[in-house]
Design a protein around this ligand. Structure first.
Ligand code: NAP
Length: 323
């Protein structure tokens, strides 16, 4: 064996040993995985795509406008893909494209989402159709279409829900309905897909600065949304004013959400849900609401639990999750 070959072998052995010494998570993060992100043109989806690509993964980034697809494709490790989650032919073409990419598919991030605000007894039915088509039927269609590839890779599905998956408020009814439904979808899917070796995780962001507010306003203004004649003028009028005045969004950029998605995708033992909020009070609203629901469900029937029993259940639920 020549000296050069001996040196080459030593370098190879050293790199094998050092990779074995790395924590499992770091090894997983080092490997390049292919991940599909829907709604990657702006906001949370864009940051998720950029973060995963910067971490060395390959991202199929779904977008609708040619300019967005081109801008995404210009980023290293990202391929922009035409993908409207309400159009089955787009989805079928995206499945074929990923199949022909030859990298398999480790992850799907169901991120595309829209928001509309209006009182529930005044909102038109076609607004529900519009919102559910994207926020609920979208993840359902995408997951169903890419499931064979995700099962093949024993990969992950991450659904971008919201604190509105727990909270409900005036005017937020149909958005909350869609995110509550997404929570149920995520939990049932997680149980079913676990049988097939696939993990399904929900990420629940609080309020972050993205295009969602402007998109919502554009739609509401285009449809002539007005407080006039509403039975809920006190709630509707400030929202209409807000849309007209377009105040500066002071919420932070959603980098924390992108970080949580990366953990959901690549942590060895991901949590079932990642609440990601930029400030304490948004966590407070959400946790408080969940606890109030427990108290209300437990109240005033013959099978109620005592306070001590509830505390015992809470303690059991608080067992630290393994991440
Ligand atoms: N921002 C927040 O504070 C917040 C909080 C909780 C949860 N979320 C959730 O985060 C997700 C991303 O929203 P965002 O805040 O980042 O808003 P955003 O900037 O408005 O991004 C929404 C994305 O969804 C895409 N989209 C809309 N309709 C689509 C369709 N039919 N097919 C495919 N893509 C479609 C948009 O594409 P176009 O550019 O082509 O319209 C855009 O890429 C949503 O599910 C939202 O509910 C956001």
């Amino acid at each position: 064996m020549t000296a050069t070959v001996r040196v080459a072998m030593l370098i190879l052995m050293a790199s094998i040993v050092s990779s074995l010494l790395l924590p499992a998570d770091s090894r997983a993060e080092e490997a390049q995985h292919a991940v599909l992100v829907t709604g990657a043109s702006t906001g949370i989806g864009r940051l998720i795509a950029e973060k995963l690509a910067a971490d060395g993964h390959f991202v199929y980034a779904g977008a609708r406008k040619p300019a967005d697809i081109a801008a995404l494709s210009a980023i290293e490790n990202i391929q922009g893909v035409r993908l409207d989650v309400t159009i089955q032919s787009d989805i079928d073409a995206a499945v074929k494209l990923v199949e022909s990419g030859g990298m398999g598919l480790y992850g799907v991030v169901n991120n595309a989402g829209v928001n509309v605000l209006a009182p529930l007894i005044e909102i038109e039915e076609d607004e529900l159709d519009f919102l559910f088509d994207v926020n609920i039927y979208g993840p359902y269609r995408i997951t169903r279409a890419f499931a064979p590839q995700i099962i093949e890779s024993q990969g992950r599905i991450v659904n971008i829900s919201s604190i509105s998956g727990t909270l409900s408020g005036p005017l937020y009814g149909i958005y909350s309905m869609s995110k509550h439904a997404l929570e149920a979808y995520t939990d049932s899917l997680a149980i079913e897909m676990d049988i097939l070796g696939v993990k399904v995780i929900g990420v629940e962001p609080g309020n972050y600065k993205t295009n969602i507010f402007h998109n919502r306003c554009d739609r509401m203004m285009a449809r002539g949304y007005s407080a006039e004649g509403s039975r809920f003028e006190a709630f509707v009028a400030p929202r209409v004013e807000q849309c007209k005045n377009r105040p500066v969004d002071t919420d932070p950029e959603p980098h924390q959400v992108a970080d949580a998605v990366a953990r959901a995708l690549f942590s060895d033992s991901p949590k079932e849900h990642y609440l990601v909020v930029p400030e304490q009070r948004q966590a407070g609203w959400t946790i408080q609401k969940a606890l109030e629901e427990v108290a209300s469900l437990n109240e005033d029937h013959e099978f109620s639990y005592s306070r001590d029993e509830l505390v015992e259940m809470l303690d059991a639920a608080l067992e630290p999750p393994v991440e």
